[in-house]
Unconditional design. Structure first.
Ligand SMILES: NC(=O)C1=CN([C@@H]2O[C@H](COP(=O)(O)OP(=O)(O)OC[C@H]3O[C@@H](n4cnc5c(N)ncnc54)[C@H](OP(=O)(O)O)[C@@H]3O)[C@@H](O)[C@H]2O)[C@@H](O)CC1
Ligand SMILES: Nc1ncnc2c1ncn2[C@@H]1O[C@H](COP(=O)(O)OP(=O)(O)O)[C@@H](O)[C@H]1O
Ligand SMILES: [K+]
Length: 502
């Protein structure tokens, strides 16, 4: 099982507010102290960053997000860094903690390094600013940006200055990652007490810059209801599998894949699994395709079924396929390039209930599964489904139109069906049978070329064959591909191809 630590927890705005509320009401820790810790932590990160800090402009809302910005201003002031503060909703209705922080800031300013503007209109622009602090809106955002907030966001994005956002870039929806009219394009986002899930959904990854987690003293038990986490590369073993005593001891993957015109998908998946150091990858294929694989896959064991004229799977192949699977312990990867012939769909839907093995179902394997309304996973076996957005939608009554909807659907579907889903996209989402979801935190667009899905399925299958839990298998598959991508990007200039991720 994956084991996320606190910096990997992802919260919705309401979960976040609930944790704030309970901490303040039940532990006696007050909101002002929490704000102080948040702002101090952000100020330390800024002082340690490569941003030139001599005079900042602080865009402040009237809520606690503005209060965080004022704490930052006070700590930077102690380092002789001047501040121009602009209050987008004036200073008459500041939240109590923000009001107290404005007063404190003014008391600390004995060398008159602070200027305060009560509205956006009155701001006099100068050339002296070298960074922008976005303390306009955090989890309190409730609609598209109103009033001068819109103008201030556009202005900040037009400046050639680094921008650091308090908690969330203003204008980004904390739960969905959607843009609410306009949104700050931050270079840094300081996530207070927990990252908000919208930072990683939809437009979030393109708005936040580097997200830095700033710990707040919330009791861990209050965070226990969190069910969404960020995947972390450190969770993946970078070591190749050690060879076993004999080949079948290091894991066996049966690959049921390929059809005429789609043999490339089967080959990519087979090579990808093999590269993970398995003892054996056994490609089960229609006999007519054997000559192609003999040439293309010398290291892979091939087991042909049916007749020489067969170039796709048919229901008649079922007894032979089941016999082959009896030979050794191992996991199954079903689907890459298997095609959508009616006979193949019938073969898959008869095969699946009789297949007791842990199984990854990918590509047209999913297409077949979605045709079969009453499907059920055999007891005791573990399934991983690896749909791209179109394949995922076939399991849903309604079109899946946003990442937040996808996250919700993946969570419900995987827990209701007691299986693991690897939903491909940006972000990739792993949904587990216990209703937890794990999100990728890197640019998955490099993988959006035909064939990357086959490579990914091969790696997920290889991990499952080596006895990893299904959620860990998905994480390993994704992150090993990411590691190959990083290596490729540092060593080559052109666009990577799927085979570069093997
Ligand atoms: N509490 C804690 O323990 C801690 C909280 N912390 C910090 O507090 C932040 C949450 O603070 P918050 O709840 O005060 O909300 P916040 O985001 O500042 O905005 C609220 C105001 O915005 C306004 N408004 C809303 N939508 C708008 C729109 N579309 N366009 C324009 N205006 C809009 C709305 O005013 P209205 O216009 O409705 O009168 C409302 O009053 C959190 O993200 C973190 O940074 C940290 O200090 C750590 C401890
Ligand atoms: N290592 C990886 N990390 C994150 N996402 C990945 C990785 N490998 C593949 N993907 C996802 O898989 C998608 C490709 O799968 P898919 O669309 O099924 O392609 P195909 O079946 O043509 O190979 C990519 O767009 C990306 O979302
Ligand atoms: K903000």
């Amino acid at each position: 099982m994956l084991n996320a630590t606190l910096p990997h927890y992802l919260f919705t705005a309401s979960q976040s507010r609930e944790i704030d509320r309970r901490t303040i009401e039940e532990t006696g820790m007050d909101g002002f102290t929490l704000m102080e810790i948040a702002g101090l932590s952000a100020a330390k990160h800024l002082l340690g960053s490569d941003i030139n800090l001599s005079h900042g402009v602080y865009l402040c809302g009237k809520g606690n997000n503005g209060g965080d910005a004022m704490v930052v201003a006070r700590y930077l002031l102690q380092n002789e860094i001047a501040a121009t503060l602009v209050f987008l909703s004036g200073t008459d209705n500041l939240s109590p903690d923000a009001q107290r922080n404005l007063e404190l800031l003014q008391q600390f300013d004995d060398h008159h390094r602070i200027e305060v503007y009560e509205s956006w209109d009155t701001l006099e622009q100068t050339e002296h600013w070298d960074f922008i602090i976005d303390g306009m809106l955090g989890t309190g955002l409730d609609s598209n940006l109103r009033g001068d907030y819109l103008e201030a966001v556009h202005w900040a994005n037009e400046q050639d200055l680094p921008v650091a956002s308090m908690d969330i870039p203003t204008g980004l929806h904390a739960d969905t990652g959607q843009l609410m009219g306009a949104c700050i394009e931050a270079d840094y986002t300081f996530a207070f007490g927990g990252r908000k899930q919208g930072l990683y959904l939809e437009e979030g990854p393109f708005q936040t810059g580097s997200v830095l987690y700033c710990e707040l003293p919330f009791p861990n038990s209050y965070k226990a209801r969190c069910d969404t986490f960020l995947l972390d590369e450190s969770w993946v073993s970078l070591e190749q599998a050690r060879p076993g005593r004999h080949k079948y001891a290091s894991g066996v993957l049966y690959l049921i894949a390929g059809s005429e015109g789609l043999t490339g998908a089967a080959m990519l998946a087979a090579r990808s699994a093999w590269a993970e150091g398995l003892g054996a990858v056994i490609l089960v294929c229609p006999r007519g395709l054997l000559p192609v694989y003999e040439i293309g896959l010398p290291s892979i064991i091939k087991k042909a079924v049916g007749n020489k004229s067969d170039d796709f799977f048919k229901p008649d192949h079922l007894p032979e396929v089941l016999d082959i699977l009896e030979e050794k312990e191992g996991a199954v990867l079903l689907g890459p390039g298997i095609g959508r012939q009616d006979d193949t769909v019938a073969f898959i839907n008869r095969f699946l209930p009789r297949n007791p093995r842990n199984t990854v179902i990918d590509a047209d394997g999913l297409w077949a599964l979605a045709q079969w309304e009453q499907w059920e996973k055999p007891r005791g076996s573990q399934w991983i489904l690896t749909p791209h957005p179109g394949e995922l939608s076939r399991f849903s009554d309604k079109p899946i139109k946003s990442d937040a909807h996808r996250l919700h659907f993946v969570r419900n579907f995987s827990s209701r069906r007691q299986l693991t889903i690897l939903s491909k996209g940006m972000p990739g989402i792993i949904g587990t049978s216990s209703g937890e979801c794990y999100l990728t935190n890197y640019d998955t667009r490099y993988f959006s070329r035909a064939g990357s899905g086959d490579v990914l399925a091969g790696k997920v299958g290889a991990s499952l064959a080596r006895g990893r839990a299904p959620d860990a298998s998905c994480a390993e598959g994704l992150l090993r591909g990411k590691k190959k991508l990083d290596h490729y990007l540092t060593n080559a200039d052109d666009l990577p191809e799927p085979r570069d991720f093997i």
